[in-house]
Write a protein that binds this ligand. Structure first.
Ligand SMILES: [Zn+2]
Length: 305
């Protein structure tokens, strides 16, 4: 069955997107054997695992970060596979989920965990209370959006993003202590009102959520904000001496920090009308412009570009 692209143009979901898989970059990391083929698990460092869902178009990545006393699960994927079982197989430490933001593709497994930390905002309260219906997730698991077999234990008809309980509401500047490892919460709105980055100063890693990843970055939906996005990237650029590596929530697990500055400059140029060429398209009924750069793209509302 072909993916019928009735609400979104090729600008968002290129045809046969999965033909570019596997991405070469993953071959640089040891793959961890496990029994659920829905997930690909890679050991990025001695204490950081990437849990990669390459079977669905979003190619979402969750990260398991081990401290001495606790582990943080940075996002819980799209709720198609059983991420709790995967995490249980990787660590015996108590696990706290920390969400980079509460879009459906990052909170799908939240309801499976008892300890969940989320940046406090009206947006995230709404997601915690309601989750996202199958309808709100659009074509997420239809047609060409998924190329791998869905897990046999998944009830496809009832799949949705479940509501979940938040045990810790975060604010900018908070710290998540894992024992000899601290994640600093940095509020970076723009992609969503509740987007955060997590900074591990000791190990020089910045988890960027969906603020930055090596694919089209969405800054066009009604809840996105280009001005906030620029302000957040200014903040992330100023922080560059504190991290060596960037760990995004889609596509690739570990990228060079200079890309943050490049993305900041790109967004500023788009805002100022000095960014040059773009491709026009439509996404969910919104006219958009896509600006392509070597390692990423930015998709913004046409009326603001
Ligand atoms: Zn996402």
């Amino acid at each position: 069955m072909a993916y019928s692209n009735d609400t979104e143009s090729d600008i968002i979901v290129p045809k046969k997107w999965y033909e570019k898989l596997p991405r070469e970059v993953w071959s640089h990391y040891p793959k961890v054997d496990q029994t659920d083929p829905w997930f690909e698990i890679y050991k990025l460092t001695e204490s950081v695992y990437a849990i990669y869902e390459d079977g669905q178009f979003e190619e979402v990545i969750s990260y398991l970060v081990l401290g001495e006393e606790k582990a943080a699960l940075i996002d819980t994927g799209n709720g198609i596979g059983n991420i709790k079982a995967v995490v249980d197989g990787l660590t015996d430490l108590p696990v706290i989920v920390v969400n980079t933001h509460t879009h459906g593709d990052h909170i799908g497994g939240n309801h499976q965990f008892t300890d969940v930390a989320v940046l406090e905002s009206d947006f995230s309260h709404n997601k915690a209370d309601n989750g996202q219906t199958r309808e709100q997730m659009g074509h997420y698991i239809d047609g060409d959006m998924v190329w791998k077999p869905l897990p046999p234990y998944l009830d496809v008809e009832s799949w949705r993003i479940h509501p979940f309980k938040v045990t810790r509401w975060l604010k900018d500047g908070d710290k998540v202590e894992l024992g000899d490892r601290t994640l600093d919460v940095v509020h970076t709105p723009g992609h969503s009102p509740d987007s955060i980055c997590l900074l591990d100063k000791k190990n020089k890693i910045l988890w960027t959520g969906d603020s930055f990843y090596p694919a089209p970055i969405y800054v066009y939906a009604p809840t996105t904000n280009l001005d906030q996005f620029i302000a957040s990237f200014k903040k992330m650029t100023d922080m560059i001496p504190s991290y060596e590596w960037v760990m995004p929530s889609h596509n690739e697990p570990r990228m060079e920090r200079h890309l943050i500055k490049e993305c900041y400059e790109a967004a500023v140029n788009i805002k100022n009308g000095t960014a040059g060429e773009y491709t026009e398209g439509e996404a969910a009924g919104i006219k958009v412009h896509r600006y392509d750069y070597e390692r990423f793209s930015l998709i913004v509302r046409a009326e603001r570009a």
